[in-house]
Design a binder for this molecule. Structure first.
Ligand code: GLP
Length: 236
């Protein structure tokens, strides 16, 4: 089932997203959250922090697995996704950091790190609620357009357009890593529920992903086959 929620703007999109995520934590206090980075979920994370500060949420038993990490960036690099998660969410709530997981961007053996990450997700029993943003080219996590869908966590070469899009967060485009470690389609598709957030600039790619052909050239199109997908779109 695909449920599309059209919201007026970014603030309402974030509020609806935060409400769904909060409901998941209340329903199953020891749930496994699949988390995403990027500018899209920032507003949702700050609303979750507010809910926590008001005493409405308890994250003490929650585990999290993030979708991806830049290859070559350490966790204390302010452009790493581990840093992003700490900064926007984990440092402000009572989640046990030992239960928060982000692929290690400095792993000497990246393939072994990917295999270990999949084993970890299995050990946790899979993801209860997977949060996703979407790239302009239809990527989810860092699953870039390709000839095939890749099931397992893997090392990916970032597309020029992705490097370009993400360079806005870096001082200089030359500093944007060219590779990343990303959860594959299996973890995403096996999540019990998926929540895709999309701002107004993503309307066309979301339309293509949800209504166009299912193709690895638009990785998010595979979500059409997910049994429990909620898409929250900001119209403006
Ligand atoms: C990044 C991340 C994705 C994110 C996407 C969109 O490359 N790997 O997880 O969804 O790009 O980012 P934004 O929300 O900033 O547009």
């Amino acid at each position: 089932m695909i449920k599309v929620i059209r919201t007026t703007d970014y603030a309402e999109m974030s509020r609806r997203g935060a409400d769904l995520l909060a409901a998941q934590v209340l329903q199953k206090p020891n749930c496994v959250l699949g988390l995403a980075t990027g500018s899209t979920p920032e507003g949702m994370y700050s609303l979750l922090v507010e809910k926590y500060q008001r005493g409405e949420l308890d994250f003490s038993q929650v585990s999290s697995v993030n979708l991806d990490e830049y290859y070559g960036l350490s966790s204390d690099n302010d452009q790493s996704y581990r840093y992003f998660m700490n900064y926007h969410l984990f440092d402000h709530i009572n989640i046990d950091k030992a239960k928060t997981h982000v692929p290690n961007g400095l792993a000497a053996d990246a393939d072994a790190e990917c295999a270990a990450y999949d084993a970890l997700v299995d050990e946790l029993g899979g993801v209860d609620l997977q949060v996703l943003g979407i790239g302009n080219n239809g990527h989810i996590g860092f699953n870039e357009p390709d000839e095939v869908f890749t099931a397992a966590t893997h090392v990916v070469e970032l597309e020029e357009s992705t490097i370009q899009a993400n360079s806005r967060f870096f001082e200089d485009i030359s500093q944007v890593p060219t590779k990343a470690l990303t959860t594959g389609m299996r973890t995403i598709m096996q999540a019990k529920r998926v929540l895709l957030l999309a701002g107004a600039s993503k309307k066309d790619i979301v339309d293509k992903a949800l209504n166009g052909p299912i193709t690895p050239q638009v990785p998010a199109s595979l979500l059409q086959l997910h049994p429990n997908l909620t898409v929250i779109i900001a119209e403006n």
